[in-house]
Design a protein around this ligand. Structure first.
Ligand code: LMR
Length: 336
């Protein structure tokens, strides 16, 4: 017997990431046997014709895996029944901007969407926030969607994780052993303050686990962190728009691990109350173990984080707290 479809709603579905991501969703490893996916596409009215074209292509690409594809207007009713909501819509970053410069442009949108989704949300709805600044957007969304458990709202930090993984995997001293690499940890904001921590990273060399810090100089590791921090802007400079395919891949990785689990520590932007004695109360990137079915737990002991890394994490948390204050002030000034 055919199972009830798994409903995935995507906001910003006609955009830079959306038009690529839609073709990855039916291939996700999260559906049950005999379960098909229902896609709901949300974007601006001006994108209607483009979205109609996308629907035709999706139908041709996935004749049996998709039960239905609908182009819809944003409303509480149209989000009803959603199992997974992927939020891509928002003004993107342009050359010379920091992600936090988008708070003013995107804060009202996230509040409006939250109020809508909250009204009809299934108790186990999961929300992945990608539009920037993703951690602060997650805070705004959650504040206005109290029916959705905070633990079911994630921000995408997987891009930073994948970027750092790519850099370290190609480092000449790690490259020969990179298939056994593990232990990369990402902390903090998806911004220029993101912290890339290799203190627990290791590779298998001649059957023995060797810390990456013994193979790679501290200068090279710091350089990787700097490159990860700049990578998004480097892509914008090159393409004239922000990351598309790599962002879609990071979303796929995040979702697969969230639902199916992962044997390795990965990075998730999640709510955290307090870290190393600092009151956080924000969404931030943390190293986590994913056990499947949404069950995740953080994988670090603050007392084991090296002092210098901890200092950087504190800086990133302060930045997130400032972004949160700016977002709240924006809403207040607009009377929202
Ligand atoms: C990225 O990291 O590529 C995205 O967050 C887009 C951006 O503004 O950099």
């Amino acid at each position: 017997m055919e199972k009830q479809s798994f409903v995935v709603s995507v906001t910003g579905s006609a955009g830079n990431i959306g038009s690529l991501l839609l073709f990855e969703i039916p291939k996700l490893g999260i559906f049950e046997t005999n379960q098909r996916v229902e896609l709901r596409l949300f974007d601006l009215p001006g994108t209607q014709a483009y979205q109609e074209g996308l629907v035709l292509e999706l139908e041709d690409a996935f004749p049996t895996q998709v039960s239905s594809i609908k182009i819809l207007e944003e409303s509480a009713e149209n989000f009803r029944g959603t199992d997974l909501l992927i939020m891509l819509s928002g003004v993107p970053r342009a050359t010379g901007q920091e992600r936090k410069d988008l708070i003013g442009a995107n804060v009202s949108l996230f509040k409006r969407m939250a109020l809508m989704v909250n009204e009809t949300a299934k108790p186990d709805l999961r929300v992945l926030i990608v539009a920037n600044p993703c951690c602060t957007n997650a805070f705004v969304f959650s504040k206005h969607a109290p029916n959705i458990s905070r633990s079911n709202i994630h921000a995408l930090l997987r891009l930073d994780f994948n970027r750092a993984l790519s850099y370290i995997s190609h480092h000449p001293s790690v490259r020969p052993f990179n298939s056994s690499f593990e232990g990369l940890r990402i902390f903090g904001n998806h911004s220029k303050s993101v912290v890339v921590d290799f203190s627990e990273a290791s590779v298998l060399k001649d059957g023995v686990r060797i810390p990456v810090t013994e193979l790679v100089s501290i200068e090279d590791l710091k350089d990787i962190q700097e490159k990860v921090r700049e990578r998004g802007m480097e892509i914008i400079h090159g393409r004239g728009k922000s990351a598309g395919s790599s962002a879609a891949q990071a979303i796929v990785d995040h979702i697969n691990d969230w639902y199916k689990g992962s044997s390795k520590v990965v990075a998730v932007g999640t709510y955290f109350e307090e870290l190393a004695g600092i009151k956080a109360g924000v969404w931030l990137g943390l190293p986590v173990n994913c056990h499947g079915r949404g069950d995740i737990n953080t994988n670090f002991e603050p007392e084991n984080i090296p002092e210098e890394i901890l200092k950087d994490i504190k800086t990133s948390i302060e930045e997130l707290k400032l972004e949160k204050r700016v977002a709240l002030r924006c809403l207040e000034e607009r009377g929202e």
